[in-house]
Design a binder for this molecule. Structure first.
Ligand code: HEC
Ligand SMILES: [Cu+2]
Length: 409
């Protein structure tokens, strides 16, 4: 192989990661930070690119010089000692000045971005109070008197202004495709973040600050919808729990197989009344990356045959007298605030902070033994005879409870 060929091969090998990175940026990687869908995200992107390009230039120059020097002054047979120098004022001034100039260039857009992102949010923004809990997210919309969990709805084109607080340890609020991340550090000293989503869609959100056992299971979903859909969602969330349902049997089919394929089945069609349908993000349009595929614990067993016989009415009665009421709010039913508000839990696409799809299969297993499903959670097992159980429910009763919760659209 000639030197030229070898050099060409080296260049190709070096370029491969660059191409891979480039592809990651444009091929719709679900959690990419490149190509953000909000003005704040784009400001952050521009800074990132600038730093990447300038840093890349410095890297190539410095490494290039180093490699050139290694090659040029390599040991040769019979070589004499090269000319020795000590100190070179011109060189030293040059390599002090160049970084100073680069820093000055970087400082201008950095400081501008700091002022831009720290400015007060536009008037008329949607206010959202975010409260981080180990290991789930509470979302309050004070303007609309809505309390919900783990799924955020935002109108496209209107600024969303977040007040970030934690109930326990430090968390960090991050929606890579929209903007962020920002730490959630204190109960009384909130952090702030605002951005204006510019495209409709469903996005993944994460806790980005290690916060204990289930840190990696502390996710959330963001649905950016048209202002009309947002208004419908608000109206729906403000209404009381959907139970008791008027006519249709609230018993839910097992939709665990393929959430995306659901709408064709007649059973699935009855899941959402016309009202909830327009108020929630259409399940058949959920991008695959927002449908969780967390494997179920193999050591938890639930008698799936109980699901077909589940009765939401019985479940509603059970719920009222169970320990659930001490931890969960269902508007007009129970006052608990330790866990997520369940008033409209049936209209969410996931449970356990984005960990599992919200269907009868996962709901029943969650209620039976949440700690097996998600390590470290406060919610105790509710199944009969389980260690530390705060309930003594058999599988049929758990299926009834789950049917009741899924009816709370
Ligand atoms: C000691 C408090 C406690 C009790 C009792 C309790 N839960 Fe929970 N529950 C929680 C907490 C905390 C979470 C959030 C866990 C997480 O995702 O980290 C939770 C989560 C849930 C979720 C998932 C909600 C979501 O949006 O992700 C459901 C459903 C649920 N609980 C149902 C029940 C039912 C039904 C009962 C009674 C049979 C019950 N819980 C009893 C504390 C409790
Ligand atoms: Cu966290």
């Amino acid at each position: 192989m000639t030197g030229f060929h070898r050099a060409r091969r080296t260049v190709y090998a070096a370029l491969t990661p660059v191409f891979v990175l480039g592809l990651a940026a444009c091929a719709g990687f679900p959690n990419t930070i490149f190509g953000a869908h909000s003005e704040i995200g784009r400001t952050e992107d521009r800074l990132t690119y600038l730093l990447l390009i300038l840093g890349g230039l410095v890297f190539v120059l410095v490494e290039g010089t180093l490699i050139w020097a290694l090659f040029r002054f390599r040991a040769r047979p019979n070589a004499t000692t090269p000319q020795q120098t000590h100190g070179n004022t011109t060189l030293e001034i040059t390599w002090t000045l160049i970084p100073a100039v680069i820093l000055a260039i970087i400082a201008v857009p950095s400081v501008r971005a700091i002022f831009e992102t720290q400015a007060a949010a536009a008037a008329g923004s949607v206010q959202v109070e975010v409260i981080g809990h180990q290991w789930w997210w509470e979302f309050r919309y004070p303007q609309y008197k809505i309390v919900t969990a783990n799924e955020l709805y935002l109108p496209v084109g209107r600024t969303a202004s977040f007040t970030l607080r934690t109930d326990d340890v430090i968390h960090s609020f991050w929606i890579p495709q929209l903007a962020g991340k920002r730490d959630v550090v204190h109960k009384e000293k909130p952090n702030y973040l605002w951005f204006t989503p510019d495209s409709a869609g469903a996005w993944n959100g994460f806790c980005a600050e290690y916060c204990g056992t289930s840190h990696s299971n502390m996710r959330f979903r963001v649905f950016t919808v048209s202002p009309e859909q947002f208004a419908a969602w608000v109206k729906h969330q403000q209404s009381g729990p959907a139970f008791p349902a008027t006519a249709a049997a609230p018993t839910q089919p097992d939709t665990s197989k393929k959430p995306a394929a659901a709408p064709a089945a007649p059973a699935a069609a009855s899941l959402a009344s016309a009202d909830t349908n327009s108020a929630t993000y259409p399940r058949d349009q959920l991008p695959t990356w927002t449908v969780p595929e967390t494997p179920l614990p193999t050591d938890e067993h639930f008698d799936g045959s109980t699901i077909a016989k589940a009765d939401a009415g019985r479940g509603a009665q059970l719920f009222k007298t169970a320990a659930c009421i001490g931890c969960h709010t269902i508007q007009g039913v129970s006052p608990g605030i330790i866990g997520p508000n369940l008033t409209h839990v049936g209209s969410r696409t996931t449970i356990g902070a984005g960990l599992y799809p919200n269907d009868m299969k996962h709901l029943t297993m969650w209620i039976k033994d949440a700690r097996l499903m998600k390590p470290g959670v406060i919610m105790p097992p509710m199944g009969k005879g389980l260690p530390e159980s705060m309930g003594a429910f058999d599988d049929q009763q758990i299926a009834d409870l789950a049917a009741y919760l899924s009816s709370l659209k």
